[in-house]
Design a protein around this ligand. Sequence first.
Ligand SMILES: *Cc1c(COP(=O)(O)O)cnc(C)c1O
Length: 367
Amino acid sequence: MSVRPQPRPGVMQIDAYVPGKSKAAGVSKVYKLSSNETPLGPSPKAIEAVKTFDHLELYPDGSATKLREAIGAKYGLDPNRIVCGAGSDELLTYLANTYVGPGDEGIFSEHGFLVYRIAILAAGGTPVVAPEKDFHADVDAILARVTDKTKIVFLTNPNNPTGTYIPFDEVKRLHAGLPKHVVLVLDAAYAEYVRRNDYEAGLELVATAENVVMTRTFSKIYGLANLRVGWMVAPAHIADAVNRVRGPFNMNGPAMAAGIAAVQDEEHVAKAFAHNEQWLAWLTKEIEALGLKVTPSVANFMMIHFPETAGKTAKDADAFLSSRGLILRRIDAYGLPNALRLTVGSEEANRLVVEALRDFVKGGNNA
Ligand SMILES: *Cc1c(COP(=O)(O)O)cnc(C)c1O
């Protein structure tokens, strides 16, 4: 082979992230239920903020001051400890780039978000996977994999794609068991959807510990996935380190303006929450009534399990649903080849999914 540039070790081990599908062959009307987007769309105030945004020729505020202030006011946080990113994916990557290097290890759980593995490998580190128990993160399994090379632990809570969560007591137990040099990243992308007495996203830990970071996103309940707005809150020393690694103008003006409007529109968030409460419960009940197993979810999506019987598998179900324009998410890449992930959609989409699954289970065809 001729001499040519070679990526550094780890890079070619990365399987590039494959996003949820958005098309189905031969179907004109498509219901995209594959990427946990909100069926309600963003706040009308956020749409207005983008439409009226002026001065595209000027560089944006590189430190996202107003957006950090708006987030700080909403969540009761010191804006100096907030860092904004083009989606929380970018922040997860920055965290890996800041704390992980060749020879270091980063831990995440078996069915955790694929971006962690990519971020650790891209930083030159070694991904370490902790098995889960019944689709829940297992604190003991994570702690058992900590070595003196461990630099970072990623915990999604609630988890994607399983929809499960672990109680805050368990998160605190995980933190208490980690050496103080390890960064614990709490990815709370779906926190706004959860109302459980024993759940907390973990702001208290971030405020009191020197090694805990929380990442949040505007892509889910706020409905701004396309604009790429995320944020993290961290101890001052971590925010400072990440700000050195961060691209100087990583956030664009329209995205920041929309984020500010969205975070201030509590009524819209309440509406999105109420829609999800209603339809998550309805979908779970209706799909279970068809004889399919659904893992109980606290987020805006759920995992539906299919048998391995020929003609009845998750792959078959995916093909059947797609032919009706219902696009769910295959989750083989998460080690879950026998399940599909369904995002809670509009009332119309939800009813069509249940109808289609009923026909699929009965063995009907799509004639
Ligand atoms: C959707 C999601 C995010 C958010 O990604 P963005 O880059 O903010 O769009 C982060 N973590 C998990 C687990 C997610 O599912």
